[in-house]
Every structure is written in C-alpha cells, then in structure tokens.
Ligand binder design. Sequence first.
Ligand code: FAE
Length: 539
Amino acid sequence: MGAAAFGGGILSGASGAEAAEAAEAAEAADVARDGAFVPAVVVGTGYGAAVTALRLAEAGERVLMLEMGRWWDRPGADGRVFCGMLDPDRRSSWFRTRTAAPLGSFLWLDVVDRNIEPYAGVLDRVDFGSMAVYAGRGVGGGSLVNGGMAVAPRRDYLQRVLPRVDAAEMYRRYFPRARAMLRVNGIDRTWFEGTEWYRYSRVAREQAARAGLRSVFLDNVYDFRHMRREADGTAPRSALAGELIYGNNHGRMSLDKTYLAAALRTGRVTIAPLHRAKSLRRRRAGGYVLTVERSDETGRRTAVKEIGCRRLFLGAGSLGTTELLLRARETGALPDLGPEIGRGWGPNGNVMAARANHGTDPTGCHQSTVPALGLDDWDDPRHPVFAEVTPVPAGTETWISLYIAITRNPERGTFVYDRATDRMGLRWTRDQNRPAVDAARSFFDRVNRANRTDYRYDLFGPRAKAFADDFTYHPLGGCVLGRATDSYGRIPGHPGLYVTDGSLVPGSLGVNPFLTITALAERNIERIVRQDVLPASGR
Ligand code: FAE
C-alpha cells in the first residue's frame, strides 16, 4: 500500500506484492537509516500519530513514522491478510504462544484460545497483574483491531475530564473533521430491523427496554454498505464471517485506508514498520535522538539505529508513549520531565458482562461482529453506564447477550519504571475496579430482574465470574493534557517534544475513545503547526 507513495521508480520492471514490499522496505530503510536526521519523527501509527503526520506533511514537513508492528497489506499463504476469530493463527497475536481472547472460555472450558507460533501479530495484550491492556500492533495501531465504534462523548463530561479544551470548538470543528476523515457511517435502520445478523442487538434492546433503559444506534468506521453486500452475497464476507479483533479482510476503514493513506499521498511521509522506538535523549544541536530497534516478523532484532529529529511527536498510545517518557526521565536521559508523567491512567471504566437468555429468546447463529447498538444510562446519577451490545459470533446459537460496559470509575492508576527489568509497570489494584463493577452490576441486575434472567458465569476464565473487570480495550492517560503537557500536548521545558495520543485523556471518557483522540489530535496539531512549525520554517 505505501509503496506507490514511496516512489514508483523503484517498482519499474518489477511487479506484484514482492516488488512493492521491497520498494517499501528500501525507502523506509533509507529514511530511517542509522544516523539519519529528519525534521519530524512521529512514534506510532495509531489515531493521534496518523493525524499528526498528515497535518505536518500538509504544512510542508518531512515526516518519518516509526511503528513497532508490521504492515498489514500482504496476504498470507491462505490468501488472507488477517485470520478470523474462530480460526486464529500466529497473525492474531503479538508474540504469544497462545491466543488470549477476551472471552476466554465457554462452560468454563478453555475452548476458545489456540496455541500459536510467536509472531508480530496484530493484537497485543499487555499484562500488568490485576489489569491487562489490549492494543493493536501494526501500521494503523488500534484501528486494525477495534470495534470501529465512533462515538462522541457527552459535552458536559468532555468538559469535565478535559477542562482546558473548548468543548464547543471540539463539536463545531474537530469532531466533524475527524468523522469525515475516518469515514464514519451509520447502519441503515430498516436493514438493521430485518436482518438476522443483528438479531442479537434487537434482543438486547428489547430486554433493556423492559428495564426502562434507552438504546442508541452507534456509528462505525466499518462500511455498512459493504456489510449489506456481504449479506446479499455480492461482496466477500468479513464482519459477517467472524472477523474483527484480529483484523478485517474487508469493509473496515482502518487508518491505513484513511489518514495514513492521505499522509502518504503528500509524498512527505515515510512509514518504517517493525521499528520500535526504545529510548530518547536530547540532541546537542537541538531536537532529539531516538534509539530505534528494527526487528523482523519473528522478533529477531536486525538492527539498532540512532535517528535524530528536530521535533518528536509521541503517538505510541497510552502505554507506549508513557513508557518512553518514563524511561527517559528515570534513566536520566531527560531528567527534567515532570512528576505528572505516568499519572492519571484509567481503563475507561471497562467491564464486560454476559447474560443468559431464555430459550425463547435466541440471539442468532449469525451475528455481525460489528456492534451497532448501545444502551445509554449515563444520566443515572449514582451509576452512569454506557453499555455496548457486542456479538458472540460462535456460528451457533448460544442464547448469550454480551456487553462491554463503560462506567464512570474515578480511580486512577500510576505507571512506574522498573530499572532492573527496564520495563514499565502499572500500580493498579483489583479493588480500584470496584466502582466499575458496582455500576455494571446495578445496570445488568435491572435488565435481569425485568427479564427474569441471570448472568453467564462461565465465559471469563476457569472460575465462576459474572464480570470481566481485569482487562481494558480503552487505556487512557499517563501523560495528561494540561498536567504532564500544556493545553496542546507540548511537554514543558522540552521544546519540540509533543504527546499526541490517548495518553492525554485522563483515564475516563464515558464512551469509546478513538473519535475523541482523533479530534483532540486535530485540535492540537492545528495549533502546533501554526505556532511552532510554520514560524520556524519560514513558510
Ligand atoms: P494506538 O491506536 O494504540 O496506536 C499506537 C501505535 O503505536 C500502535 O500501532 C503501536 O504498535 C505503536 N507503538 C507503541 N509503542 C511503540 C514504540 N515504542 N515504537 C514504535 N511504535 C510503537 O494509539 N475505541 C473506540 O473508539 N471504538 C471501538 O469500537 C473500540 N474498540 C476496541 C476494541 C479493541 C479490541 C481494542 C484493543 C481497542 C478498542 N478501542 C476502541 C480503543 C481504540 O482502538 C484506542 O483507544 C485507540 O487505538 C488509541 O489510539 P492511540 O492513538 O492512543
């Protein structure tokens, strides 16, 4: 995909995926060579990073993006780029010997996960004791693996969590910009009401309504027109073929098809995949030097490089960005980084829960993997909950209603750097998730009472458990806007060093975060280009 933007000249006389791959690798290796100096480096290729790279390039800057994961643009031996959720192989997971699906069991049996060969797969699960964080790995970051739900937060809540951000301006200017760029679209309501693929959502809606709970449709970046063609049999199936958290072979408008494609079209952006930024320090002549490890897809380190830049934008996600900054502070490379680095982290109150329906309420053998419906009880003064109805695409009837609930958990965790292991840990105890579980319990108890149903206790591991509160899809914080950074992501006292991803959001947003991360990055980079980049370049 990136090859054309990297220079068709290299491609002349060659054809096919191999030539494209070679051209891509050659260009990335050249720009990202040891000792190189580039005006701007962006670490990561997720939402914040992709917005930043595009807008810098449009302002005339040359940009190098470093991504620890691989490009997901070449089919494997089976002709598919990604594997499905029901037949996961090494492409599913980031260097694991066994997959680690969020729904880990069925009837308490370990029948979901598979043994796999360690590989630079697309979904990572980072375990921190009592909390695990799922994250996408590859060019496009979380956009390769997430549920695609593009939801703007409540205005009052956004104002509360990010008081330095003008909420009115976000809704007027940056959310619409982000939605347009991300190709957000909505499901056709008539089709939704009639199709077997969303029976599971309609059942959950009815049951929620009996408990007096309101449901809302959720916009998505999965192309719903494509999905309808999947259902008609006129397009290859992806959402309707059990593909989602290990990537979609069709239909998903991930960042490599939107922001990153636009960034590459400028001709000023190079993406270096399988390049992991390990550490950073100041450059004597100004700017920063990154130590970068290049690996192959089996994890073998093939090079260690030093790359200099005038401006460094950290878009490695809540975990990646915070780890880089903590390491820099604690090893003395950037000793003046403030005490707020590492603080203000939260899992967005994520709790997963499942209910067992009556035999008269089947949820369907055929379930689209793309969620389209949410249950909104955010106005509950004691236990605000926004719960999304998620599928169980087992290919057989399960009578299960599954939800990912977003709750308002005020607890925050702190990241710490461990010098002995050179790794980052998270201070977060199981107890800190109690407010989230209490809220989820209060919400789903209501649904169960109204429908005379009960929880499923067999889906989240070997012990009977109604709520999965030990993992999150939505890591937020670690370098909070207005505390660890100024109001636009600049790190105080460190000219040319910026944060541009989910680590800016302090632990809770009330809805799924990528639309906000994208819009916030649009807001911040607009200001940074105007105040920092253009004046310095004389453009
Ligand atoms: P992110 O997208 O995580 O990108 C960071 C990138 O940096 C990744 O590509 C990393 O591989 C790379 N990286 C990290 N460290 C380094 C390093 N040292 N050197 C080089 N590269 C590095 O960051 N959100 C929604 O809004 N709606 C959903 O439906 C939704 N569903 C989700 C489902 C799943 C299974 C998961 C895992 C997440 C979901 N999310 C959802 C969350 C969403 O994907 C996440 O908030 C964003 O991806 C975070 O964006 P960032 O720009 O912070």
